[in-house]
Design a binder for this molecule. Structure first.
Ligand code: ATP
Ligand code: MG
Ligand code: MG
Ligand code: MG
Length: 436
């Protein structure tokens, strides 16, 4: 994309209500625009990030047997009456009426709809387990939308749902998904620690929130340093192996982590003092086993191996895709701007032409740009070099390929790595090889 032609409205002045770095940077870098309280338009660069995150989530969910569907945003109130949640849900639910006076709602979550879909389709134990997920806009009329897309009213969520025949199978599904989440967050370039979360009336150990550590997080967190040290790639737990899922379960059991809501002082005191870590965190995901709550209340059953009907056990698994855009920036920025992790960056590299109009600079830039016009952002604007450097740092592309008249003459470019700040002058081919 040529920056001179891009719809990339960077801002100089940030609205005063943007209190935290990610919110300010998202507005300044031209990733989103607010249209009303807690509701945003995603601009091209922001949308690329949102899509990159969704792609990683999708690949990793498919890898463990998830099957993607796309359920509607607008749901019927009757569906929610079947589970008894229509009245219970409260003012976060946006309630609507269609022209025939039928009560509808904009989905805040999809347990009812997916249980109904499953129930109307799957009839026999032979068809289980199943794991369905979708990535869809949700609406929750939050009391205090704030921090930009981090607590929006309309937001983009991956929600997945597992269906198993027994509690034991559901536990396997749960830890398989936990493993998949750990991988997703690694690929997203953030550390997200699973922390014990409230299980409400269901009880048990099977509810975890994933928190990205950041000083602006809304939750206070407590965890064992083990979570910082585990090298998941080298342990190489395999989500398809039951014994590996058990190993993960053991790690979770023996490596303390909890948010303020679930913090257990006596367990905390058992963690050696020099291994206690604390701080604040942003909830970017939540996994939850809720047994037969919905299959029972909505009358969904399958026939078991002995012919007798049984209610499948369910779990739900959310990832805040749009919240993650903010959370990643909270965890990865400096005074100059965003520092995108490689896999989520809107563009892998920005190409800075320091002297547009100079024949050699233009030629060299065009030849680089033509290799990957989709993946490169070409700053071909006639602005001063300083403006280009500042914008490149603000937008946070992992790499900057800098072309100036002196280097162009010698067939050299400068390569800057945004995260480390390292710069090196290289022959073009070497620079491109380094970018991969
Ligand atoms: P929170 O505690 O922040 O209100 P939640 O516990 O209500 O979140 P869940 O129902 O667990 O949220 O939804 C799954 C995920 O969706 C959350 O972990 C979070 O990442 C994301 N999410 C929830 N509410 C919002 C929101 N208002 N804006 C953006 N993302 C959200
Ligand atoms: Mg909430
Ligand atoms: Mg929560
Ligand atoms: Mg939650």
């Amino acid at each position: 994309m040529r920056l001179s032609q891009a719809f990339q409205p960077t801002l100089k002045e940030v609205p005063a209500e943007a209190q935290i770095a990610s919110h300010r940077l998202m507005l300044r870098a031209g990733l989103v625009r607010q249209t009303s309280s807690g509701i945003y338009t995603w601009l091209p660069a922001g949308l690329r990030v949102l899509r990159n995150i969704a792609t990683i989530v999708r690949q990793e969910q498919d890898r463990i047997g998830g099957q993607e569907v796309l359920m509607p945003t607008v749901q019927s109130a009757d569906l929610w009456r079947r589970s008894g949640r229509y009245d219970a849900y409260g003012p976060e639910m946006l309630r609507l009426e269609d022209r025939h006076g039928r009560e509808m709602l904009y989905g805040p979550t999809n347990e009812e709809m997916v249980t109904d879909l499953f129930g109307s389709t799957v009839k026999s134990y032979r068809e289980l387990p199943k794991m369905l997920y979708h990535i869809q806009w949700k609406f929750r009329d939050e009391v205090r939308p704030r921090f930009g897309v981090m607590r929006g009213r309309e937001f983009y969520m991956k929600d997945g749902y597992s269906f198993d025949l027994s509690y034991e199978d559901a536990v396997s599904s749960y830890y398989r998904i936990m493993l998949s989440y750990l991988k997703i967050f690694r690929r997203l370039g953030v550390q997200a620690v699973p922390m014990a979360a409230d299980t409400g009336p269901i009880g048990g150990e099977l509810s975890h929130e994933f928190l990205v550590l950041a000083p602006t997080g809304e939750s206070e967190v407590f965890y064992d340093a083990g979570w910082d040290e585990i090298d998941w790639d080298s342990i190489g737990l395999d989500p398809q192996k039951e014994e590996d899922l058990q190993k993960l379960r053991e790690i979770v059991k023996t490596t303390y982590s909890a948010t303020d809501e679930k913090h257990d002082l006596s367990a905390w005191e058992a963690v050696p003092e020099d291994r206690r870590r604390g701080g604040r965190g942003i909830e970017v995901g939540h996994i939850f086993y809720f047994g037969t709550k919905y299959t029972e209340s909505m009358g969904v059953e399958v026939s078991g191996a002995d012919g007798a009907p049984l209610h499948p056990h369910m779990g739900s698994y959310g990832i805040g895709v749009s919240r993650l855009v903010g959370a990643i920036i909270e965890a990865s920025h400096d005074e100059a701007g965003i520092i995108w992790p490689e896999e989520v960056a809107p563009y892998r590299a920005v190409l800075l032409n320091l002297r547009p109009g100079d024949e050699l600079c233009d030629q060299l830039c065009e030849s680089i740009y033509s290799r990957d016009p989709e993946g490169l952002l070409y700053d071909d604007r006639s602005d001063r070099a300083g403006v280009k450097f500042n914008d490149a740092d603000l937008m946070g592309h992992p790499w900057q390929i800098i072309v100036g008249p002196r280097g162009a003459k010698a067939g050299m470019v400068e390569l800057k790595h945004r995260a480390s700040g390292e710069r090196s002058e290289l022959p073009l081919d070497e620079a491109l090889a380094k970018l991969g």
